[in-house]
Design a protein around this ligand. Structure first.
Ligand code: ADP
Length: 507
């Protein structure tokens, strides 16, 4: 896939995704606004309903027990008075005389009382009923210290004394109404007197400060319930109010999830495409490098053979040795190269396994170094070795260990442009056999050090063919080390040379 097409695709997707997110956010805002309004309407309706309920209830139901009893007694007295008045109203011949009731004929100026003996039995029973009521009422009035004015005040002035409200009842009424209206959040409830700034009640003391600023402030109805205009019922909701049952919220959550999912899938696809692209590039690079790598030694060997066939050249021993060394060198390089590619691809196979046996690391290093001797000499280089005895036993795959050493030494020579100075050392450090390959070459930057063990990674030198290779050697070496449960590291500074350190566990 072309790079330009990929950029276009990403841009289009980004535009589409951003537009979608913007639309979604706008919709979410709208829906949040709507649910806010809906919430407010629901709360207002609930409180309205609660007030109506309180209104409908008798005052006695929500004032204290003691008050309730007094109201009851007053009501009874009131009833008796009413009944007594009814009796008088229904009997035109009855009238008061000296605070007693009598039968007779009364005019404006005079009253003729009928003697008791003249009364009918009906009139007699009415009289006795009246008098019984009278004495019962008087007894009741004396017992509760009745004052007509007090009674009127209590029964007709239905004002609420905030300290006497039945708060648990109020609490549960509000909660029930809120739930009925779709608000399943328990608010803190308070009674606030704004004139004196007094909080008479607060169901959650932690919210007392919020009670004064909450937008959910309701004046008690100025009807039969309260007369105090500064008395407010206040509600504080725990967090930003959301009506949890709202369908809009469910869809919003779902669409956010979908956007996240689509974005994740897109990022995944783009990543896969770009990895694929990188692999394609690597493959092309690999083939071109490989062709070049193999063509050069073949051409060099061919040329050297031609020269050796020429008797005038081959008769000189030094020249002949030189050509033979060139052939040997190129041949070794090709062998290491092909071996590395072959072994590396073998290792990628799931069924690959090492063939472990006791290996003498120093011997392997010596063997490898021997084959490099000539090329180092030709470059006027210097090879120092410090191979210390290793007491522990190294169980390893000889072929891969040998290839590993070849690769490290080959790199050390390759990346030391003029007069390589190599120090190859081995030693035992605790339970590890340690191999160090040090050179005075071009070095590796810290950033490149993170990647050099990756397959096909080559440090960018500007010209791919400056130093031959295809970025497979170190990845193979690190694979070999990992399979032996060892460790590999590099210490290097650009221009200061590099030291590759391999640690292999000893038995
Ligand atoms: P290549 O075939 O390119 O040598 P390697 O996997 O062996 O592949 O190495 C990966 C990269 O690490 C090389 O391209 C090179 O830039 C860097 N490198 C490896 N060894 C050395 C070294 N001794 N000195 C400097 N750079 C090195």
């Amino acid at each position: 896939m072309k790079r330009r097409f990929l950029i276009l695709l990403t841009t289009l997707f980004a535009i589409a995704a951003i537009t979608l997110v913007i639309i979604q956010i706008t919709q979410m805002r709208e829906s949040a606004k709507m649910s806010d309004n809906l919430f407010n309407i629901s709360v207002n309706n609930s409180i309205d309903k609660v007030f109506t309920q309180l209104d409908q209830m008798k005052v006695e139901d929500y004032v204290s027990q003691k008050e309730r009893y007094r109201v009851l007694q007053y009501r009874r007295i009131d009833n008796m008075n009413e009944k007594m008045q009814d009796i008088i109203r229904d009997n035109s011949e009855l009238f008061y005389d000296e605070s007693r009731i009598r039968f007779g004929i009364s005019t404006q100026d005079s009253a003729t009382v009928l003697p008791k003996a003249n009364l009918t039995s009906q009139e007699e029973s009415t009289l006795s009923q009246y008098n019984t009521l009278l004495s019962a009422r008087n007894r009741l009035m004396n017992s509760i210290n009745y004052s007509n004015e007090q009674y009127r005040n209590l029964v007709n002035d239905h004002s609420i004394d905030p300290t006497k409200l039945n708060f648990p009842l109020l609490d549960s009424l509000i909660r029930e109404e809120l739930i009925i209206n779709g608000v399943d959040i328990k608010p803190a409830i308070g009674i606030l007197e704004t004139e004196r700034d007094t909080l008479y009640y607060c169901s959650n003391p932690g919210d007392s400060a919020k009670m004064r600023n909450t937008p959910y402030k309701y004046i008690f109805h100025a009807n039969s319930i309260v007369t105090n205009e500064n008395l407010y019922l206040v509600l504080v909701f725990p967090s930003s109010p959301i009506i949890l049952t709202s369908d809009a919220n469910k869809y919003t959550v779902l669409s956010i999830l979908m956007i996240i999912l689509i974005s994740a899938l897109f990022v995944f696809s783009i990543r896969t495409i770009s990895i694929q692209r990188k692999l394609d590039e690597m493959k092309t690079d690999f083939i071109s490098n490989m062709t070049h790598e193999i063509k050069t030694p073949i051409a060099t060997i061919g040329l050297a053979c031609e020269m050796l066939q020429d008797e005038s050249v081959s008769s000189d021993l030094a020249t002949r040795r030189n050509f033979v060394s060139i052939i040997n060198d190129e041949n070794r390089r090709m062998r290491v190269l092909i071996e590395t590619i072959l072994q590396s691809s073998k290792m990628a196979n799931k069924n690959f396994s090492l063939s472990l046996k006791e290996v003498d690391l120093n011997q392997e290093v010596q063997n490898a170094l021997q084959s490099f001797q000539l090329s180092i000499q030709n470059k006027n280089g210097l090879l120092e070795t410090d191979l210390q005895p290793i007491a522990g036993t190294l169980y390893a795959d000889q072929l891969h260990i040998s290839n590993m050493v070849h690769n490290l030494v080959d790199n050390a020579i390759k990346y030391s442009p003029s007069q390589p100075h190599l120090v190859v050392s081995t030693c035992q450090e605790g339970q590890w056999a340690v191999l160090r390959v040090k050179d005075n070459g071009i070095g590796i930057s810290k950033e490149d050090q993170k990647h050099i063990f990756e397959k096909f990674y080559r440090v960018h030198t500007g010209n791919v063919h400056d130093v031959k290779g295809f970025g497979i050697g170190l990845s193979y070496v690190s694979q070999v080390v990992a399979l032996h449960k060892g460790r590999i590291s590099v210490e290097s500074e650009p221009g200061q040379g590099s030291t590759f350190i391999v640690q292999l566990p000893l038995a």
